[in-house]
Design a protein around this ligand. Structure first.
Ligand code: CAA
Ligand code: NAD
Length: 306
């Protein structure tokens, strides 16, 4: 077997204007990385307040990068951040924001109907040649595109980034049955152009990473429920015994416990080939934490307090 990812050599000259819809933890990271690699980016969210939050995430993350790049030189740090931020425009008008886009990446709330409606709306305004993509963690890409015509479906794929986006090198490029090979090739080349490594996969629940990661997280929670060890000891064991950068509970808190619950519940209920699979059965511990609003790092409490 050849080692490492295989890449197409398709030129990326045609993808320069990116619109990212949803400026939360993922969308702001995607916008940041695209702008860092010289793309003109428009970031869209539902309100100015949400956009300001997205802009603040980007500025904070860029400052971390700037501090490493230009240690001891505060002026150079500020210039680095300002130069990248100058390529990011903010908008609360999705249709207007996609009207000149080469690539549209959706990173809004993980809800099938809301995503379907958004793309139905965007398809009225985006250029016919634009590539439309979703960053969904768990929903079928083909279903998200269901309301679109066949031409749009041929240019619709999954582009699944990982959290924290500026730091995580992988992007899964998810190919639906309808997607054109040329679109997949362009997406693969674009992922390379923004300094990430692509992994192409079929449109199946969890793609590659989450299909393997979610059973691991759920099994860790069940170890805790069976009182095999404390969360701290399970985390220590996986970090020091298996070389993972975070233990499973740190990672659950980082991703968000509501997100994890949403994914496993959805797959257990009607995930293609996963319905009723005990790997994704609900967990009393997880349900309790979510009910208490302990959603992880973002709410200040999860398995751990922050
Ligand atoms: N922006 C910019 N830089 C960042 C950053 C951010 N948001 N987060 C971390 N960094 C940088 C730091 O500046 C630091 O850089 P240097 O090493 O050059 O100094 C480096 O990353 C390491 O950061 P830290 O020292 O703060 O902490 P760390 O060594 O523990 O690394 C981590 C942090 C990269 C998040 C690491 O713990 C890790 O890889 N964790 C696993 C994350 C993971 O598995 N993510 C996938 C989640 S699943 C998912 O996303 C899919 C889904 O659909 C749910
Ligand atoms: P988030 O809650 O941090 O951000 C979502 C953003 O979308 C919010 O700012 C919200 O105001 C905005 N939004 C909601 N509906 C919108 C609409 N109709 N139009 C425009 N903006 C809208 O969520 P997130 O963690 O960034 O996740 C976003 C997507 O990325 C989800 O599909 C999620 O499954 C996926 N994802 C999440 C992770 C993760 O670790 N959190 C990793 C990979 C993929």
């Amino acid at each position: 077997l050849a080692r490492g990812p295989s890449f197409s050599t398709t030129s990326m000259a045609s993808i320069s204007r990116i619109t990212v819809i949803g400026g939360g933890q993922m969308g702001s990271g995607i916008a940041q990385v695209a702008a860092t690699h010289k793309h003109e980016v428009t970031l869209v969210d539902v309100s100015q307040e949400a956009l300001d939050r997205g802009k603040a995430y980007m500025a904070k993350s860029l400052k971390r990068v700037a501090k490493k790049k230009h240690a001891e030189d505060e002026a150079a740090q500020s210039q680095f951040v300002a130069e990248i931020m100058s390529r990011v425009s903010l908008s609360t008008k999705p249709q207007e924001a996609v009207s000149r886009a080469d690539l549209v990446i959706e990173a809004i709330v993980e809800n099938l109907k809301v995503k379907q409606d958004l793309f139905a709306q965007l398809s009225k305004a985006a250029p016919q040649q634009a590539i439309l993509a979703s960053n969904t963690s768990s929903l079928p890409i083909g279903k998200i595109a269901e309301l679109l015509d066949s031409q749009r479906k041929q240019r619709f794929i999954g582009l699944h980034f990982f959290n924290p986006v500026p730091q995580m090198k992988l992007v899964e490029v998810v190919r639906t049955k309808e997607a054109d090979q040329e679109v997949v090739d362009s997406a693969v080349a674009w992922v390379k152009a923004i300094g990430k490594a692509p992994a192409v996969c079929k449109d199946t629940p969890g793609f590659i990473v989450n299909r393997l990661l979610l059973p691991y997280m759920m099994e860790a929670i069940r170890l805790l429920e069976r009182d095999v060890a404390s969360a701290q000891d399970i985390d220590t064991a996986m970090k020091l015994g298996a070389g993972y950068p975070m233990g499973p509970f740190e990672l659950c808190d980082y991703v968000g416990l509501d997100t994890i619950k949403f994914i496993v519940d959805g797959w257990h209920k009607d995930g293609e080939g996963l319905k009723g699979n005990p790997l994704f059965a609900s967990s009393t511990k997880l349900d309790e934490l979510v009910k208490q609003g302990r959603l992880g790092v973002k709410s200040g409490k999860g398995f751990y307090d922050y």
